[in-house]
Ligand binder design. Structure first.
Ligand code: NAD
Ligand code: UGA
Length: 459
C-alpha cells in the first residue's frame, strides 16, 4: 500500500483517498476518483460484497460500473480492503459513504457514521480531511469532528446527488458539486478532487451544505407528489396526464425531468430523507406542512394503485391471481429498498391475491448472485428467496408471470416490458386486463389488442 501511495506522489493533481463503504454511493465514488487519477483505497466490511469486488464481480447493478472499476484496478489506482483503519493510513481525504437509514422516530440514524468516525479517528494522518458523503442531518460535520476528537482533523460536507441506474454518468458528469465546511480551505481542497468534472462548485458552510442535500431530495419528492396528484385530477376531469405534462414541461421553469406519474416515489433515499427533513424541521420548531403533505400524498398514491388493481379484478382480490412486472423501486437498478412496486405487490398479496412476480434483476439475484445480493436473510443459503420477496410467487420471465392472471400490473418501468409480444401475454392470461402504474404502454394500442387498460391519469 505504501508503494502505491508513493507511485504518483509528485503529481499535484493526484491525491491519496480512502472511501469507507462500497455501496451504491461508495463504489461509484471510489471508481470515479480513481478515474480522475487519485489513488483510492475502498474499505468494505461486508465480506461477500468485498469478495465479489475482489473477483471483479459488481455487487450492485449499475450501468458502466464494471468497466470503471476495472479501469481503476488495472491502472493501480483502486484497491480494496476489509478494514477502514487500513484504508485511511496515509490518506489525505477520507470519504464516509456508510448508510444513514431511517431511525424509529423518522430521524436519520447516524450510528454507522459515528461508528466509522470512531473507528478511523486514531488512525488518520495529520491534517487529513474527513468528508461526509453520506446524507446526514444539519450539525453532522460538527458531530463527526467531536467523535474524532482531534484538533488537526477537518470535516467537510460533500453531499452526493447521483441517481441509482445512472450513478456512473452522474458521478463523472455531476450537475453541480457542493462542499461545505467552517474551514473554507478544506472545503476548496475537496472540491479540487473533482476539478476535472468541470461542474459548478458551490463552496459554503457545513450547515448550508447539509441543508442543500435534504432540500434537493425533498423538492424532487414534492414535485413527484404534485405530478401524481395532477394525474389523479386528470382521471376525474377526463384529461390525459401525458399531454398535460408535455404542455407543462416545455416551460423551462418546470422542465421535463421528474414529470412521470407512477405508483409513488420510493427507493433508499427519497422516503427516508423526506422524513428526516421533516424531523429536522420539527426539532427546529418549523412547521413544514408542505413536505408533510407531499409524504401523505405519496402514501395515498400507493393505495390508489392497489385500488386500481382491485377494481380491475372486479372489486375483490381474495383468490385472484395477479401478475406483477417489476419489483425494483425504478428501472435499471437491482435496489428494492423501500420500493413502491414491491409494496404494491405485498399489499395485493395481503388482500388475498396470488401474486406472480417477475423482475429482471430478481432472476439474476436468485439464480446467480445470491451470495452478493443485499436483501438476503442473514445465514440464508445460496438459493434461498430473499426475505423481502417472501409471499410472492417468483417467475422466470414476464410470460410465466402473466400465465393464468386475472390482471397484469406493470409496476416498474423496465424498458423490456415496453417491447414484449403482448399477443403472447394476451393468450396466456385468464382475463386480458392491464393496470399500468408507470404509463409504460400505449393505451390505444393495448386496447386494440383486446386488453382492458388502466393507467395513471391516462384516458
Ligand atoms: P449502501 O447500504 O448501499 O452501502 C453502504 C456500505 O457501507 C455497505 O456496503 C456497508 O457494508 C458499508 N459499511 C458500513 N459501515 C462500514 C464501515 N465502518 N467500514 C466499511 N464499510 C462499511 O448505502 P448507499 O445507498 O451507498 O448509501 C450510503 C449513503 O449515501 C447514505 O447516507 C445515503 O443516504 C447516501 N446516498 C445514497 C444514494 C443512493 O442512490 N443510494 C445517493 C446519494 C446519497
Ligand atoms: C434520488 C435523487 O434523484 C438523487 O439526486 C439523490 O442523490 C438520491 O435520491 C439519493 O439521495 O439517494 P434515486 O433514489 O436513485 O435518486 O431515484 P430517483 O430517480 O430520484 O427516483 C426516486 C423515485 O421516484 C423512484 O421510485 C422513481 O420511480 C420515482 N420517479 C422518478 C417517478 O415516479 N417519476 C419520475 O418522473 C421520476
Amino acid at each position: 500500500m505504501t508503494q502505491r501511495r508513493n507511485k504518483r506522489a509528485n503529481d499535484p493533481a493526484s491525491s491519496a483517498v480512502a472511501v469507507i463503504g462500497a455501496g451504491y454511493v461508495g463504489l461509484p465514488t471510489a471508481a470515479t476518483l480513481a478515474h480522475f487519477g487519485h489513488r483510492v483505497v475502498l474499505a468494505e466490511r461486508d465480506a461477500p460484497r468485498l469478495a465479489a469486488l475482489r473477483s471483479g464481480v459488481m455487487p450492485i447493478v449499475e450501468a458502466g460500473l464494471n468497466e470503471l472499476v476495472a479501469e481503476g484496478v488495472e491502472a493501480g489506482n483502486l484497491h480494496f480492503t476489509a478494514s477502514a483503519t487500513e484504508a485511511v493510513l496515509g490518506a489525505e481525504f477520507v470519504f464516509l459513504c456508510v448508510p444513514t437509514p431511517q431511525g424509529d422516530d423518522g430521524s436519520a440514524d447516524l450510528s454507522y457514521v459515528e461508528a466509522a468516525a470512531k473507528e478511523i479517528g486514531p488512525h488518520l494522518g495529520h491534517r487529513a480531511i474527513v468528508v461526509n458523503k453520506s446524507t446526514v442531518p444539519v450539525g453532522s460535520a460538527t458531530l463527526v469532528e467531536q467523535v474524532i476528537g482531534r484538533p488537526d482533523i477537518r470535516v467537510v460536507s460533500n453531499p452526493e446527488f447521483l441517481r441509482e441506474g445512472s450513478a456512473v454518468r452522474d458521478s463523472l458528469h455531476p450537475d453541480r458539486l457542493v462542499v461545505g465546511a467552517d474551514d473554507a480551505e478544506a472545503a476548496a481542497l475537496v472540491g479540487n478532487l473533482f476539478a476535472s468534472t468541470g461542474a459548478p462548485l458551490i463552496v459554503t458552510d457545513a450547515t448550508t451544505s447539509e441543508t442543500i442535500k435534504y432540500a434537493s431530495n425533498a423538492f424532487l419528492a414534492t414535485k413527484l407528489s404534485y405530478v401524481n396528484a395532477v394525474a389523479g385530477l386528470c382521471e376525474e376531469v377526463g384529461a390525459d396526464v401525458r399531454d398535460v405534462m408535455l404542455g407543462m414541461g416545455y416551460d423551462k421553469r418546470i422542465g421535463f425531468e421528474f414529470l412521470r406519474p407512477g405508483p409513488g416515489w420510493g427507493g433508499s433515499c427519497l422516503p427516508k430523507d423526506t422524513r428526516a427533513l421533516l424531523h429536522i424541521a420539527e426539532a427546529a420548531g418549523y412547521d413544514f406542512s408542505l413536505l408533510a403533505g407531499a409524504i401523505a400524498s405519496n402514501e395515498q398514491q400507493l393505495a390508489r394503485v392497489v385500488a386500481k388493481v382491485e377494481a380491475a379484478c372486479g372489486g375483490a382480490l381474495e383468490g385472484a391471481t395477479v401478475a406483477v412486472w417489476g419489483l425494483t423501486f425504478k428501472a435499471n437498478t437491482d435496489d428494492r429498498r423501500d420500493s413502491p412496486s414491491l409494496q404494491v405487490a405485498h399489499r395485493l398479496a395481503a388482500l388475498g391475491a396470488t401474486v406472480r412476480a417477475f423482475d429482471p434483476t430478481v432472476a439474476v439475484a436468485v439464480d446467480v448472485a445470491m451470495d452478493v445480493a443485499m436483501d438476503v436473510d442473514a445465514g440464508a443459503g445460496a438459493d434461498a428467496v430473499p426475505s423481502d420477496l417472501a409471499g410472492l410467487s417468483l417467475c422466470a420471465d414476464p410470460f410465466e408471470a402473466a400465465t393464468g392472471a386475472r390482471v397484469l400490473a406493470v409496476l416498474t418501468e423496465w424498458d423490456e416490458f415496453r417491447w414484449l409480444d403482448l399477443s403472447r401475454v394476451l393468450s396466456v392470461m385468464a382475463v386480458p386486463s392491464i393496470v399500468d402504474a408507470r404509463n409504460l404502454l400505449d393505451p390505444a394500442a393495448v386496447r386494440r389488442m383486446g386488453f382492458a387498460y388502466t393507467g395513471i391519469g391516462r384516458r
